[in-house]
Design a protein around this ligand. Sequence first.
Ligand code: ZN
Ligand code: ZN
Length: 240
Amino acid sequence: MQTNFEAPFLYLLFGRDRALLLDSGAGGLRIRPTVDRLIGEWQRRNGNRPVHLTVAHSHGHGDHVSGDGEFRDRPDTEVVGHTPAQVSAYFRMADWPRDIGHFDLGGRVLDIIPTPGHEPAHIMVYDPGTRLLFSGDMLYPGRLYVPIDHFDEFRESVERLAAFSKSHPIRALLGAHIEMTSVSGQDYPMRAPAHPAEHPLPLPPSAIYELQRAVEHADVPPVIDRHADFILYPRPAHPS
Ligand SMILES: [Zn+2]
Ligand SMILES: [Zn+2]
């Protein structure tokens, strides 16, 4: 919140051989020193094993990719592109968005779930070991922005996500922002510079089914729809 009102969360996941940095942030501060320190600490605890770093993104919006430049010259590091073609190629998905990708960090295989709608290259990442679902900007305690001309695509992603969750136990969803207050259904003003008394970050898996009901019963055209833990927030189509 001190450098950017978007205040996105970044996640760094470790396996035996690789680490995945999910999102590189909104810019305005250097994140690589923190990432390098965390990787160094992990290596010291794990016999100084080499760690190959992948920088991937929940999606290509500026508040999630603006730190990419800090990693382009980092040794043993790959920065994944921002288009659906680049994301599906990197995670070896033949049939975007219907395939589930698999990404092996070494003893820790993540599932990559294409979830376009909020943005064309949006993914969620599921970790079977912790049963955590990293849900990006699609489902978090805040305003879930959906361009109105991509609402059908968003709904289809919600349906596929709901199907995935039937066969994969989920302990909690960890999204990329918090915009809800601790008062049910109440968000902060847009671009609020501080978030006193935030809603907790984790959402229960039941939020998936609540979102599913919300998109299935949405008006045509969809309108802003307030729920206790999130607000479904259709936006005008981007001018082309
Ligand atoms: Zn976004
Ligand atoms: Zn965002």
